[in-house]
Design a protein around this ligand. Structure first.
Ligand code: AMP
Ligand code: GLY
Length: 423
């Protein structure tokens, strides 16, 4: 099979790595890719949010199967364009991608599916939103309705903070994403992510993970895209996972099918767990980054067969072969991230790192400048490892991170602390 993966981050490097493990892959192209991906696959310049351009590229390169990594092309309808052109694709339609692209849509679906989630109000003007906040009190969560690159969520400790966030959002701080606002009850508990594949009908769990969103050790400082992750998530016991499937995920998928927008692709459910009860925080319509990196290392070659089965509507006959293993990824980021950071610093030592089915350093924001790997993003590398225990996975991941020679980078030393019973 000739395969095209869309995207350029650590998520896509790990997807490419898993696809390359599978003998059914004859040729792999990643667009646009990065310097790490270029070491294992062909990379191509392509505007991945332009459905017409993606269809033409797939035709010209005799692509049999397209895997879409990030949310933006999904929300832009690239999967729809590919399906219309008769090209097999892994990823939801633009209509179904609203489960990530519109928070009010997700809330409405949860209501219809009776899925446990935070109580909420949905507003199109500031006065009504503020009246709601005053009636509810704080803490309370103010969210821009649309895609805001992970920045459109404000956890307000006071009513005044919530009112300021409402003014910011309706004032255009998040562009069109903030034209509508969802205000939610603040949920307490422990967060975990649950990943399932869906083919429009059948739901197949493929793993759990937890990430560390804050930049600093002890989970302090500003939010980031994620500074590290591990899988499985101990808090998502089999019993709680089964509850999440029965009460949240399957009813959501059934509601989507009922509305004529069956969901096909990976669904990433962010859950809040308290007293043994999961509640939905949010859905994403793609793999998490860096959660994908730990899932791919654990799944290996079968990941491609599973995504292929989802795309062809064959999940009912698919099954996951689980190893009794653990994986961890440590993100190496550029000094200054998530604020402003320099680009172009050289990274050494990468060629000496192990590359096995237990240890891989996935690239995120890297480029090749005359044969030297340089940092060109905020999150730059993902030292990823698996082992028989989380401690073993962690030791291997940090051995890799420590062996990388990049003075302008930094990483958290405490990824997995909660699961390892530290702190
Ligand atoms: P979201 O973009 O919806 O995932 O929100 C980003 C983060 O904000 C989540 O991962 C949670 O840590 C937090 N969050 C969002 N909504 C709530 C809520 N209703 N209660 C508590 N925390 C929340
Ligand atoms: N790591 C969180 C995300 O991908 O949204």
């Amino acid at each position: 099979m000739n395969i095209l993966i869309l995207g350029s981050g650590g998520r896509e490097h790990s997807l490419a790595w898993a696809v390359m493990q599978n003998p059914k892959c004859d040729k792999l192209i990643v667009a646009p890719g990065n310097a790490g991906i270029a070491q294992i696959a062909e990379c191509a310049a392509l505007d991945i949010e332009d459905g017409g351009a993606v269809v033409s590229f797939a035709d010209e390169n005799a692509i049999d199967f397209v895997i879409i990594g990030p949310e933006a092309p999904l929300a832009a309808g690239v999967a729809d364009r590919l399906r219309e052109a008769g090209i097999l694709v892994f990823g939801p339609s633009a209509a179904a991608a609203r489960l990530e692209a519109s928070k009010s849509f997700t809330k409405e679906i949860c209501d219809a599916a009776q899925a446990p989630t935070a109580g909420y109000g949905h507003f199109t003007d500031a006065a009504a939103a503020k009246a709601y906040v005053q009636a509810q009190g704080a803490p309370i969560v103010v969210k821009a309705d649309g895609l805001a690159a992970g920045k459109g969520v404000i956890i307000a400790e006071t009513v005044a903070e919530a009112e300021a966030a409402i003014d910011d959002m309706f004032g255009g701080a998040f562009g069109g994403a903030g034209a509508e606002v969802v205000i939610e009850e603040f949920m307490e508990g422990e967060e975990a992510s649950f990943f399932v594949l869906c083919d429009g009908e059948t739901v197949l769990p493929i793993g759990t993970a937890q990430d560390h969103k804050r930049v600093g050790e002890g989970d302090t400082g500003p939010n980031t895209g994620g500074m590290g992750a591990y899988s499985p998530a101990p808090v998502l016991s089999d019993e709680i996972a089964e509850k999440a499937l029965a009460e949240i995920i399957r009813p959501t998928m059934a509601e989507m099918a009922k509305r004529g927008m069956p969901y096909q692709g990976v669904l990433y459910a962010g859950l809040m767990i308290k007293d043994g009860q999961p509640r939905l925080v949010e859905y994403n319509v793609r793999f998490g980054d860096p959660e994908c990196q730990v899932l791919m290392l654990r799944l290996g070659a079968q990941a491609m067969d599973l995504m292929h089965a989802a795309a062809e509507g064959r999940l009912a006959e698919a099954q996951v072969n689980w190893g009794d293993d653990h994986a961890m990824t440590v993100v190496l980021a550029a000094e200054g991230y998530p604020g402003s950071y320099e680009k172009g610093s050289a990274i050494g030592g990468l060629e000496l790192l192990p590359e096995t089915s237990f240890e891989m350093c996935f690239h995120a924001g890297t480029a090749d400048r005359d044969g030297r790997i340089v940092a060109v993003g905020g999150r730059v590398l993902n030292a990823t490892a698996r082992g028989a225990s989380l401690q073993e996975a962690r030791d291997r991941a940090y051995a890799m991170a420590d062996a990388i020679n990049w003075p302008q980078g930094f990483y958290r030393r405490d990824i997995g602390w909660r699961a390892l019973g530290e702190g």
